[in-house]
Design a protein around this ligand. Structure first.
Ligand SMILES: Cc1cc2nc3c(=O)[nH]c(=O)nc-3n(C[C@H](O)[C@H](O)[C@H](O)COP(=O)(O)OP(=O)(O)OC[C@H]3O[C@@H](n4cnc5c(N)ncnc54)[C@H](O)[C@@H]3O)c2cc1C
Length: 427
């Protein structure tokens, strides 16, 4: 039975338009028992933190909305650790940290919630500070079987707890609901940004240059009818300052690039709608698929040609391909045990497909374009970053395999044991 009076507002229109069964705000053991008794066989819970993905609310499914009762934020000045609720947005995390001159490697938008952290969390600062999951030091929450847990990395010695922590870092949504998370934070330093519209040849040149960037620098770009880039440099050390000057001299030759200085990473906003990089339409629905791959090196020219083909074949002006750069600190394999297994990867491109809502022909065209573009890009970026759950799409199984590889069996075991009734999104 669908409750038509439900008021559920999130920043993605797919979920906003969903005819959800019920919204739940509070979790305890009895909720899980009741859900077990009353749910149908294939029914699982949708979890909403930032509410930016199509998985946070669906027709005829119950949503656990963590934003209302799990939005606590507490910063410990002594340790530099911040504890945040499972429904906290990156915007609120940064706002709070800013008061203490601290920051956290959030992604390209302040809109996402804790889903950003749990699914890996690739930031323009990841080359220096690692992925968001690399900075998780404690977690509290419920397993799908209804049991409460609380884990602290410093107190975990070995065995089962270590396996659970590993699974939570990169694959938490499949077997847990996280209600609180403890994060390491970093002192804020000035950020220098080189940004602007460039052409294809310049993108090719800059991709090649960026593969030699030091850890304090990264490039992010969007390729649509126009190309826009951001080169981000954190200026923390003397060496950063010297390199900053060297790169400023070099990047000055791209006359369209502007240099902007920001007091801290907390003040930077990427790809604002004022740039009109693609057509924003509130009547559209969308899906995103995130890929992972290594340095492009000699394949860069070929890659730019492929991107141009993809751009020409897009079904409408709301679709695009973009990318962010990781590597350096995020590639340190042995330091952090997690289910983000493709540590060697240095590029995370994503394909954004959008269509007029309720227009099935348009939807079909957009999703076909997304899959065809993915196929074209696979030779450069063979893996998946599981940032969006696509269990409603045909590509789900392949995405799961390409995201978790030889650790998929470990994840399946965790799911079997801690979410035996599959009340969380299926693998
Ligand atoms: C504008 C924009 C920019 C982005 N930029 C980046 C970027 O730079 N780098 C990057 O890595 N990603 C980026 N992403 C991807 C984003 O981080 C992921 O899609 C993330 O999963 C979104 O989390 P959410 O909490 O906002 O979404 P939601 O839709 O609320 O949640 C997403 C999924 O995560 C699970 N989940 C969320 N919270 C919890 C919880 N507390 N416990 C258990 N499961 C939970 C849910 O099952 C849900 O299906 C971006 C997304 C957007 C919309």
């Amino acid at each position: 039975m669908i409750d038509k009076s439900i008021l559920f507002k999130v920043s993605n229109s797919n979920s906003n338009d969903a005819k959800i069964k019920k919204v739940v705000y509070e979790l305890d053991k009895s909720f899980f028992e009741k859900f077990k008794k009353e749910s149908t066989n294939n029914e699982y819970l949708c979890i909403c933190s930032g509410g930016t993905t199509s998985g946070c609310a669906k027709d005829n499914f119950i949503t656990v909305d963590l934003r209302k009762n799990y939005n606590q934020i507490k910063f410990d000045k002594k340790t530099g650790i911040i504890n945040v609720g499972g429904g906290v947005l990156m915007n609120d995390l940064l706002k709070n940290l800013d008061k203490f001159n601290r920051t956290f490697p959030i992604g390209l938008s302040t809109l996402p919630g804790i889903g950003y952290i749990l699914t890996g969390g690739i930031s323009p600062l990841s080359r220096r500070y690692g992925l968001a999951i690399d900075n998780v030091i404690s977690v509290k929450g419920f397993f799908g079987n209804g049991d409460y847990f609380s884990l602290n990395e410093e107190k975990i010695i070995e065995g089962e707890e270590l396996k659970i922590m590993e699974g939570i870092k990169g694959a938490a949504p499949f077997f847990t609901i996280i209600t609180e998370i403890g994060l390491k934070t970093f002192k804020s330093y000035p950020i220098k940004i080189f940004e602007g519209f460039i052409n294809k040849n310049e993108l090719e040149e800059l991709i090649i240059k960026s593969e030699e960037f030091p850890p304090n620098m990264s490039i992010q770009w969007i390729f649509s009818d126009q190309i826009y880039i951001y080169i981000v440099a954190e200026i923390k050390t003397e060496k950063d300052k010297i390199l900053g000057e060297k790169y400023t001299a070099d990047l000055n030759k791209y006359s369209s690039l502007k240099i902007r200085d920001h007091k801290s990473f907390n003040n930077v906003r990427f790809f604002p709608k004022e740039l009109n990089l693609f057509e924003l339409n509130s009547n559209n629905h969308s899906e995103v698929i995130s890929l992972l791959g290594n340095d492009l090196k000699n394949n860069t020219k070929d890659f730019i040609t492929t991107l141009s083909e993809i751009n020409i074949s897009k079904p409408n002006k709301s679709c695009y391909v973009a990318s962010q750069q990781l590597g350096c600190e995020s590639s340190k394999k042995n330091k952090y045990s997690s289910l983000f297994i493709h540590r060697e990867c240095s590029w995370k491109p994503w394909i954004y497909a959008s269509w007029e809502k309720d227009n099935y022909e348009d939807k079909n065209l957009a999703l076909t374009w997304m899959n065809q573009s993915w196929n074209k890009l696979k030779r450069f970026f063979p893996y998946i970053h599981m940032a969006q759950l696509h269990n409603h799409l045909n590509s789900h199984k392949e995405e799961i395999n390409l995201a978790f590889g030889n650790k998929l069996e470990n994840l399946k075991l965790l799911k079997k044991f801690y979410d035996p009734r599959n009340i969380l999104p299926p693998l």
